[in-house]
Design a protein around this ligand. Structure first.
Ligand SMILES: [Zn+2]
Length: 276
């Protein structure tokens, strides 16, 4: 019933790991047990539905976040909530078909409502796993609101997949700092979903933002919707990068299973309720 990337499925088999624990394959009694089990961690994959140049599918960011959570789940036992595919992509403009964007305000509100439902089920340890840069500002605002709204009930954090470690960021930004549908994203998709990559249409486009002081939407910086050198990509490099990212995510889950606020409850539990 689960629809894992074929590459993730074979990694799991090859290494003899337990299945990924996707909530969308469970009925409510199991979801209830999962939420209230001690040390249970819930991952929410957050992607985008947006143009990714002429050669990558519009679900690229969602597919990457989902696959990382699926594999990290097998490695660590974390649960994976149904992915968030509609997010903030307005910076891509309407120039290229395939981009569907929420406003920042709608997305922040969506995250607040999603979190309230998670808390209502008794999830107490949640990590948002985001693979799309355009979501970053809204997610930071949403995170600040969520940690105050559910103070004492929920520990919540944000993981940015392409910056999960210095090493990973080095790989991602090797061909472009203002990257999009670049070498690293194409590496990952060639590994995860090779059938979805149209290598006949790959055309590099350079990062034109080096040394600029203003901020520009993609229509002002890229000719074909991408930024970077996807022509240098390969499935082997994708496999290596994917394993590095997934094991860094699994390590965060291990910490998240037992981490407590640095100061004990008597220092903060009597604060008046804040709804930001
Ligand atoms: Zn992307």
């Amino acid at each position: 019933m689960s629809h894992l990337s074929p590459a993730v499925q074979s990694l799991i088999q090859e290494k003899g790991l337990p299945d990924s624990r996707r909530l969308d394959t469970l009925a409510w009694p199991e979801v209830g047990k999962a939420a209230s089990a001690p040390d249970s961690v819930l991952l929410l994959p957050i992607g985008a539905s947006e143009q990714h140049g002429p050669h990558l599918a519009i679900n690229t960011d969602t597919a990457i976040a989902q696959s990382l959570c699926d594999y990290a789940s097998s490695l660590s036992g974390a649960f994976v909530a149904p992915a968030m595919p509609y997010t903030v992509s307005a910076g891509h403009t309407t120039k290229w078909p395939g981009t569907f964007s929420l406003s920042h305000e709608t997305f922040i509100q969506t995250m607040a409502e999603w979190t309230a439902w998670a808390v209502s089920m008794s999830w107490t340890r949640v990590l948002w796993v985001n693979s799309h840069f355009g979501n970053d500002a809204s997610l930071r605002v949403a995170l600040d609101k969520a940690r105050l709204t559910h103070l004492g009930q929920l520990q919540i954090g944000l993981v940015t997949t392409f910056q999960i470690s210095e090493d990973v960021w080095k790989d991602f930004s090797s061909d472009a700092e203002d990257l999009h549908a670049n070498k690293a994203e194409t590496d990952l998709m060639l590994f995860l979903y090779p059938d979805s990559v149209d290598i006949t249409t790959i055309e590099d486009d350079p990062d034109r933002t080096e040394g600029t002081v203003f901020s520009y939407p993609v229509a002002q910086t890229s000719l074909n919707g991408l930024t970077g050198s996807p022509s240098q990509a390969s499935a082997e490099q994708g496999r290596e990068l994917f394993l590095k990212m997934a094991s860094a995510l699994a390590a965060k889950v291990e910490t998240a299973k037992t981490e407590s606020p640095p100061l004990p409850p008597e220092q903060w539990s009597a604060l008046p309720e804040l709804t930001s």
